[in-house]
Design a protein around this ligand. Structure first.
Ligand SMILES: NC(=O)c1ccc[n+]([C@@H]2O[C@H](COP(=O)([O-])OP(=O)(O)OC[C@H]3O[C@@H](n4cnc5c(N)ncnc54)[C@H](OP(=O)(O)O)[C@@H]3O)[C@@H](O)[C@H]2O)c1
Length: 285
């Protein structure tokens, strides 16, 4: 008799880290529910390997998220692996991010994540088993200038992940945070598209800040190799397949320096480090 496949859910499986993870989970014999908006991408993924079921959902729309939750809560078998991966970024200093853009981002990166996780948990708890993997970011632990809204959503996710890890441990459910650094996916293109022409609409006072921080960011990334999504998918698989996963996995070209300093420095020293890194220490406008 063949062994029943375990169910895995990956949100944001139409590209980047989610797509790689869905492929790797299917390869390991999981029955993968691959969710995102772009159904044609998901269908192509399902045609590529066995064991992937595409499901369309727009997590920015609470009614659509509810439909997906209804589907998840009626699955015949409890979910074994839940990868909360769908997410995106907008750029801009606080004054430049319209409140609707901030709300939408929190809807996708945080509120939808809360809802879909709630939908899967009753069956997972009854089974006393399973793992939830939350895609945070290095900016779950600090922020770059011009990334405050996105970083705030990932800081919130870190807190949620910490709480869930304690609340669900007695049920045998593991909860893991993944903190990628910069990874070559569609992430930056999406951020550019969501943000629009920021320099055209920003107050002139902010232009030197964007320019200076932008030049320093350029220098920071000039000699770096930006790894592809497989690096992070491999970490997710390491967590999923481990009997005792670490509570946090992190990888990326600037992770050691930035997360290392964040852990080592006090708040004041880290603030100075960031100001200098982005050339803002002596800037006056
Ligand atoms: N790439 C990086 O440098 C980086 C660094 C740190 C953390 N991360 C995090 O890693 C995760 C994956 O990002 P990625 O780099 O793989 O980016 P990506 O290639 O842009 O993939 C993002 C995924 O999220 C899905 N998504 C976005 N909005 C959605 C919505 N409204 N409803 C449903 N799905 C939605 C997209 O699918 P559709 O567009 O088809 O809906 C896509 O499959 C994100 O949580 C991101 O914050 C990325």
């Amino acid at each position: 008799m063949s062994e029943q496949k375990q169910t895995a859910v990956v949100t944001g499986a139409s590209s980047g880290i989610g797509r790689e993870t869905a492929l790797k989970l299917a390869d390991k014999g999981f029955a993968v529910i691959a969710a995102a908006r772009r159904m044609e991408r998901l269908t192509a993924l399902a045609d590529q390997v066995e064991g992937i079921a595409p499901v369309q959902v727009d997590l920015s729309q609470p009614a659509d998220t509810e439909k997906f939750c209804d589907y998840l809560s009626k699955l015949p078998d409890p979910v074994s692996v839940f990868v909360n991966n769908a997410g995106y970024s907008v750029r801009g200093v606080l004054e430049d991010v319209p409140i609707e853009a901030a709300r939408r981002l929190f809807e996708v990166n945080l509120f939808a994540l809360i809802r879909v996780t709630q939908a899967c948990l009753p069956a997972m708890r009854r089974r006393r088993k399973g793992i939830i993997v939350n895609l945070s970011s290095i900016v779950g632990k600090f922020t770059f200038p011009g990334s405050g809204i996105y970083a705030a959503s990932k800081h919130a996710l870190e807190a949620l992940t910490d709480a869930m890890r304690m609340e669900l441990a007695p049920f045998g459910i593991k909860v893991v945070a993944i903190r990628p650094g910069p990874i070559a996916t569609e992430f930056n293109d999406v951020a550019t598209e969501m943000t629009g022409d920021l320099m055209a609409r920003t107050d002139s006072d902010y232009k030197p800040i964007y320019q200076t921080a932008g030049e320093h960011t350029g220098k920071l990334f000039a000699d770096l190799h930006i790894p592809g999504p497989e690096l992070i998918a491999n970490l997710i698989m390491e967590a999923v397949l481990s009997e005792r996963p670490k509570i946090v996995y992190s990888a990326g070209p600037i992770n050691d320096e930035f997360l290392g300093n964040r852990a080592e420095f006090d708040d004041e020293k880290f603030h100075q480090f960031m100001l200098e890194k982005f050339g803002l220490q002596d800037l006056k406008v």
